[in-house]
Design a protein around this ligand. Structure first.
Ligand code: PMP
Length: 428
């Protein structure tokens, strides 16, 4: 078949772990097929090499007078510039290094002005759904088309007091269905109603160019470990004003400019105004360097090239399983809606956690099952009701219990065609 012919092509970007073998219950060993990029993408070999080349030279940034401290400071601040370029930021935007997307969105939540309303779709990943605890949150119903998403937001914003501050938080690509959201249109709608918008680009940025300027979003958040860098670093980039006006996310050294003892025994602090305000403590300079290296590698490889190949792999999965009646793919906007390489499905007659355990034990394929930290969305897509009960622990259902969840396969720039071919064969 054409699918099988295509499947001889190698992955475009070398990643770590491509030659790891794992034992099979049926005997023998097989090369591990990592098809869980939406959770964490394997680091690019190039990122690893860049980090290894720098590792002997790293020193504490900003405060050290020594040569290696200066080198590290340059590297850290250059990483900030590389990320700003990668995201096509506006003049005056800030790039704050965080631990992850979750951390970035919690930082923004802590920086909301008084009285800020927050609008978020129930379909969001919990990292986007949950951080807004001090604010008045309006949770919007799952839309069934991109146009309905814009209309739903429009209606909700029209009812608010246009003079108060408001923030819309939206995903660029769903971590469950991979579907692309109409970010530019949602941003225009938010701005037309005097609201701001933050883009959760955790799943979008690894697959698609993200231009803050073009999309006209106020902030973007993403994680290094989904963008082919190792764990532990993330980014919040965008408008400086709310961040500058907010109390520091963490209080401590690095965020403070001057600290003085008052006559009454207390302590006065003047905080930095730039990104350092929210980066207290010794920053993760290796993590920032790794993110910058990944940004450069993806830009050089070219998102057009990477996306064309990824779309072919998505079609290979869809076509390869089209005649398996037990397989039902999950989508909000329709099976043919534009998406990145993230696909979820249920298999009639199968508990999803048993299915994924079999993929691992019998085929050496690593995918994920469950509710993917997007419980209301998966409940809507699997059972038709976002308010349905049931939990999904990290370890799956208790013995004898049926899990509520779906199965998710996800891939990217390091996926050899053979992994997708094996996956299709295994599911069949
Ligand atoms: N948003 C989306 C859309 C995600 O897929 C994820 C990770 N699954 C996150 C946010 C959170 O990312 P992290 O765990 O790196 O904070």
């Amino acid at each position: 078949s054409t699918v099988a012919a295509d499947l001889s092509v190698r992955a475009p970007l070398p990643v770590l772990g491509q030659n790891v073998t794992v034992p099979l219950v049926t005997g023998g060993e097989v090369t591990y097929a990592a098809l869980d990029y939406a959770a964490s993408a394997p680091a690019l070999q190039r990122v690893w090499d860049d980090v290894a080349a720098y590792a002997p030279y790293y020193g504490s940034v900003h405060r050290g007078a020594g040569y290696l401290s200066q080198l590290s400071t340059d590297l850290f601040e250059n990483a900030r510039r590389t990320v700003a370029e990668f995201l096509d930021c506006r003049t005056g935007d800030q790039v704050v290094f965080t631990r992850s997307t979750t951390d970035s969105l919690n930082l923004l939540a802590a920086a909301l002005p008084d009285g800020c309303e927050v609008f978020v779709f129930e379909t969001e990943h919990h990292a986007s759904l949950l951080p807004w605890r001090g604010a008045r949150v309006t949770c919007l119903d799952a839309p069934r088309s991109p146009r309905q998403a814009v209309r739903t937001l429009e209606r909700a914003l029209a009812e608010r007091d246009p003079h108060g501050p408001a923030l819309v938080c939206v995903t660029g690509a769903s971590n469950v269905t991979g579907e692309l959201w109409p970010v530019r249109e949602l941003a225009a709608t938010a701005h037309a109603h005097g609201a701001r918008i933050v883009l959760d680009a955790a799943q979008l940025a690894p697959h698609h160019p993200v231009s803050v300027r073009d999309l006209d979003v106020d902030w973007v958040a993403f994680s290094g470990h989904k963008l082919y860098a190792p764990f532990g670093s993330g980014v919040l980039a965008g408008r400086a004003d709310w961040l500058r006006a907010a109390e520091p996310y963490l209080a401590g050294g690095g965020a403070s400019r001057t600290v003085t003892r008052r006559a009454d025994g207390g302590v006065d602090v003047q905080w930095h105004e730039g990104a350092a305000r929210h980066e207290a403590g010794s920053p993760n300079v290796i993590g920032a360097h790794a993110i910058a290296s990944a940004c450069k590698a993806l830009t050089e490889a070219g998102f057009d090239t990477l996306a064309a190949r990824e779309q072919r792999l998505i079609r290979a999965v869809g076509e390869g399983l089209a005649d398996v009646p037990e397989v039902r793919f999950l989508s909000l906007f329709g099976d043919d809606a534009p998406r990145v390489g993230v696909l979820s499905f249920v298999v009639d007659g199968w508990d999803s956690s048993h299915f994924t355990a079999a993929l691992s034990a019998e085929y050496g394929i690593g995918v994920r099952d469950g509710l993917f930290c997007a419980h209301p969305l998966v409940r809507t897509l699997v059972g038709g009701d976002p308010r349905a009960g049931g939990e999904c622990g990290a370890s799956g259902p208790a013995p004898g219990e049926r899990s509520l969840g779906a199965i998710r396969v996800s891939f990217g720039a390091g996926t050899p065609d053979e992994h997708v071919e094996r996956f299709v064969r295994a599911v069949r």
